[in-house]
Design a protein around this ligand. Structure first.
Ligand code: FAD
Length: 395
């Protein structure tokens, strides 16, 4: 008899939204649908690729959401959403009607946007930009690589999931090479000329990986324009490379279900009301996390979680006939450069001139030139952040 709230996607955005809607509206009938039985988190997946943690470390179960919080958890793929009749349909043949729908499918990879890079190519040159089998595959390739081999990472242009992610990955792979395969090198071929926390990354690389990591910006012919996965070749405008291991991170869009429902605009991501995250294209559908366009908030798990709480609050207010509160959200992205070396960037956000923007003077980045104890402390904070957000999301 309570309101029906359906959530598509049980990652950082969706699982948090389901939990907080149920918390704010205990009488609601909340259904969470995810295609997978368990969720592998992208946060800390770079530590698996670097050999510091196992796949089990990043695997999360939906059991607590079902057993402790009274959410109906369904393992199935959502194949269609009808925003007019307000029905969600799954591959398994089930239909769910909703009063309010939360869509948090994360990103999908734009196959073919980088010439030659399709699903088959990803089995040879993993992206590992969705955690799971791709993460394990990249790790396996690094383990099989001879000492002296070169690893290449192709980093995409903006916008993409987790702006500092490729550079954290480069750091943790370099840590593995330094300790296990010291004759090896890592080259980042970048479609950009600047990246998140770049000064801090470069400072750390100079200290720890001076002879290992080379970063090639777009201006120096770093942008990969074509791949031939079978031949193992990456091409920029003027060069061809044949690395021992290639990690290709291609351009991305909102998850396929958001596109097929007509929730995205021509940017490939979904425009939303910045105060509530309700789609501006379809009423009663809230798009959160990587799939939405959220002004200055980066596409991160922490952003997704923060947006989920804003959307859950707005849904509860609307159901109770109240006006949603003004939006307020936060994000911190920690990056590890080594197991004992962390850096971070934080932001606090509000709606300014109709757009989600950083509140000036709140947040900021870690200082440059900090000593060992400081970086070690930030690495510890990164571990604490991961444990607490996983608890908040799925625990
Ligand atoms: P996701 O967490 O990807 O969840 C989407 C879920 O939806 C998935 O479980 C999927 O199975 C499900 N799904 C999709 N389509 C359907 C469908 N049609 N039917 C049913 N289910 C569906 N963020 C941080 O805050 N901190 C970090 O340290 C960090 N590190 C990162 C490192 C890497 C290498 C990468 C790639 C990302 C990292 N991120 C980090 C970013 C973070 O992973 C994403 O921003 C976050 O996962 C977004 O949450 P989401 O809910 O939008 O999507």
């Amino acid at each position: 008899t309570g309101p029906k709230v359906v959530v598509v996607g049980g990652g950082f955005g969706g699982a948090t939204a389901a939990k907080y809607v149920k918390r704010y509206l205990p009488g609601a009938n909340v259904v969470l649908i995810d295609a997978a039985k368990t969720h592998f988190t992208c946060p800390f997946s770079n530590t698996v690729i670097g050999g510091m943690n196992s796949m089990a470390f990043i695997e999360r179960s939906f059991d607590a959401l079902a057993n402790k919080y009274g959410i109906t958890v369904v393992t199935d793929m959502v194949t269609a959403i009808d925003p007019v009749t307000k029905v969600v349909k799954t591959k398994g043949g089930i239909s769910f009607g909703y009063d309010k729908l939360v869509v948090s499918p994360g990103v999908d990879l734009k196959w073919g946007a980088l010439e030659g890079y399709d699903e088959a190519a990803a089995e040879l040159m993993p992206h590992a930009w969705k955690a799971g089998p791709q993460t394990a595959l990249l790790r396996k390739q690094l383990e099989a690589m001879p000492n002296g081999g070169t690893v290449m990472i192709s980093a995409p242009g903006n916008p993409f999931r987790c702006p500092p992610g490729p550079y954290e990955r480069a750091s943790l792979i370099a840590y593995y090479l330094k300790t296990q395969k010291p004759k090896s090198k890592l080259i980042i071929l970048d479609a950009k000329d600047a990246f998140a926390k770049d000064k801090l990354f470069k400072e750390g690389w100079e200290k720890m990986y001076d002879n290992i990591i080379e970063w090639v910006p777009a201006a120096k012919n770093g942008k990969v324009v074509k791949v031939d996965a079978k031949a193992g070749v990456l091409e920029t405008d003027f060069d061809k490379f044949k690395p021992a291991v290639a990690n290709v991170i291609p351009p991305q869009s909102a998850g396929a279900i958001a596109l097929s429902t007509g929730l995205a605009d021509k940017s490939g991501f979904c425009p939303v009301d910045p105060n509530t995250f309700e789609s501006t294209l379809h009423k009663d559908i809230f798009v959160i996390g990587d799939a939405c366009t959220a002004g200055e908030m980066p596409k991160s798990g922490y952003s997704a979680s923060s947006q989920a709480k804003v959307a859950a609050g707005a849904i509860a207010a609307m159901v109770m006939g109240d006006k949603p509160a003004a939006m307020s959200a936060i994000n911190t992205c920690y990056s590890l450069l080594a197991p004992d070396y962390g850096i971070s960037v934080s932001g606090v956000y509000s709606v300014q001139d109709g757009k989600i923007a950083n509140i000036k003077g709140a947040g900021g980045v870690s200082p440059s030139g900090a000593n060992y104890q400081f970086r070690k402390k930030e690495a510890d904070f990164a571990g604490g952040w991961y444990a607490s957000i996983c608890q908040d999301t799925w625990g």
